[in-house]
Design a protein around this ligand. Structure first.
Ligand code: LLP
Length: 419
């Protein structure tokens, strides 16, 4: 096993480096906190996914919600990716980054009329519907626009993905998808509409899946449904098996993309529909880190605190899911290692990035918070009027600024005072 879950991260003479660039140089040039991505790691994750699916008609739709930076989207667009979006905003980003609408699938339980119109105007590949009410709304929007909307139903297979409850989505009690038992009737209704075109079926059961079995179980259920539909003459173009493949944060051993997809491909053996996948985390999670600097060391009576310049507004996963991210000092230090609570400057006890981490630190030292490429910047906020991080992408020995650090003025530029 590599020492680091990020395979393009190594220890060089001037401390940690991503590809050929020292993290200390990035901090000196762009400041901290800064999200740092590796183009090579993005591309190698993509290649691993493509290789696992080789020989089968498939479309990989990168789940934009994991990391929606235009630079990241553009790397995938150049590789021919499709995109899974959750909002009109994400659609605009995909198009601005050079993605093609014809390869976009639109997921989500709450699409507004405006978002439906935007998607139909752009010519997305498919809208994944999650309720009977959404079906009615889309039909009326498509009728108004005098177009035929391509649709799939996201069905809820009621399998337990065995992951964190906040990120499991395929159980009966979740808000996601249409009930398995209702799907057939909904497909009949859609097939009879002259403003809807039945295009596929979709399923996503949860995120950070470390066991391929629940998704394989869901796929088998899906196949049963696809066959029932075919028997009624409702023929689909694609079967969308969602995202969810987990990554290594600590010492987890997630399945390889091949091991994750093999049972799914086997379940769909002999079916002619294109297979779509919506991976997010497994494409970007271990292609990014958050670079932060120690502001203060504070030695309490029972705990030591390292107060760093990144906070829960920059990376909320530890506070929200109690998620673990490895932390590594960017340069070896001569100070003795101690156990630290790694916390940010925000006025909340929940503002921690890691508990009980053994690190050798001095004020001013840099720490790399690993596996932060997915759901890091994408979930960040401006809480405490903190401008969001800069984002940079390393490509070999070059570094590109892919998002400027937010200025403080920009944070209140849309606000006004009373006359
Ligand atoms: N497709 C759909 C319909 C989804 O809801 C999701 C994620 C994905 C694809 C991508 O799943 P992935 O391959 O990234 O697991 N914020 C949480 C994760 C939320 C995932 C939501 N849906 C976290 O930081 O762990």
């Amino acid at each position: 096993m590599n020492r680091f879950p990020i395979t393009t991260l190594t220890e060089g003479n001037s401390g940690l480096q991503l590809e050929a660039v020292a993290l200390a140089d990035i901090a000196a040039r762009f400041g901290t906190p800064t999200y740092v991505y590796s183009r090579a790691a993005l591309e190698s994750a993509w290649r691993e996914w493509s290789a696992a699916l080789a020989g089968r008609d498939t479309l990989i739709c990168y789940a934009v919600k994991a990391n929606s930076n235009l630079g990241v989207l553009n790397v995938f667009a150049r590789l021919g990716a499709g995109f899974d979006i959750l909002s009109g905003g994400e659609l605009s980003r995909v198009l601005a980054a050079g993605g093609s609408a014809g390869k976009v699938v639109f997921s989500g339980v709450g699409k507004s009329r405006a978002e439906m119109q935007q998607a139909l105007r752009a010519g997305v590949r498919c809208l994944n519907l999650e309720s009977p009410a959404e079906l009615d709304r889309l039909e009326s929007v498509a009728a108004e626009m005098n177009v035929r909307a391509p649709i799939a139903f996201r069905v809820n297979p009621n399998v337990d993905p065995k992951t964190h409850p906040y990120i499991s989505t395929g159980l009966r009690d979740n808000k996601f998808g249409v009930a398995f038992e209702d799907a057939l009737a909904l497909y009949r209704k859609a097939a009879a509409s002259k403003h809807l075109k039945v295009s596929g079926i979709a399923c996503h059961i949860g995120s950070q899946l470390l066991d391929p079995a629940p998704m394989a179980e869901a796929a088998a259920k899906l196949r049963g449904l696809v066959e029932k539909l075919a028997a009624e003459g409702i023929v689909l173009e694609h079967i969308d098996l969602g995202g969810g493949l987990g990554i290594r944060y600590d010492d987890e051993v997630p399945p390889s993309m091949r091991d994750y997809t093999a049972p799914l491909l086997a379940t769909m053996e002999g079916r002619k529909e294109q297979l779509c996948f919506e991976p997010g985390r497994s494409l970007v999670g271990n292609a990014g880190l958050l670079l932060t600097q120690v502001e203060y060391l504070k030695h309490g009576s029972s705990k030591n605190f390292a107060i760093v310049d990144a906070a829960m507004n920059d990376l909320v996963r530890p506070a929200l899911y109690d998620a673990y991210h490895q932390m590594v000092a960017v340069k070896a230090s001569t100070t003795p290692a101690q156990r630290y609570e790694i916390v940010g400057p925000i006025c909340e006890s929940g503002d921690f990035l890691g508990h009980d981490r053994e690190l050798a630190l001095a004020e001013g030292d840099l720490i790399a918070i690993l596996s932060a490429g997915a759901y890091g910047m994408a979930m960040s906020s401006n809480y405490n009027t903190r401008g969001r991080c800069a984002e940079v992408m390393v490509d070999g020995d070059k570094v590109h600024l892919v998002r400027q650090r937010e200025s403080i003025e920009s944070l209140y530029a849309l606000e006004s005072i009373l006359p």
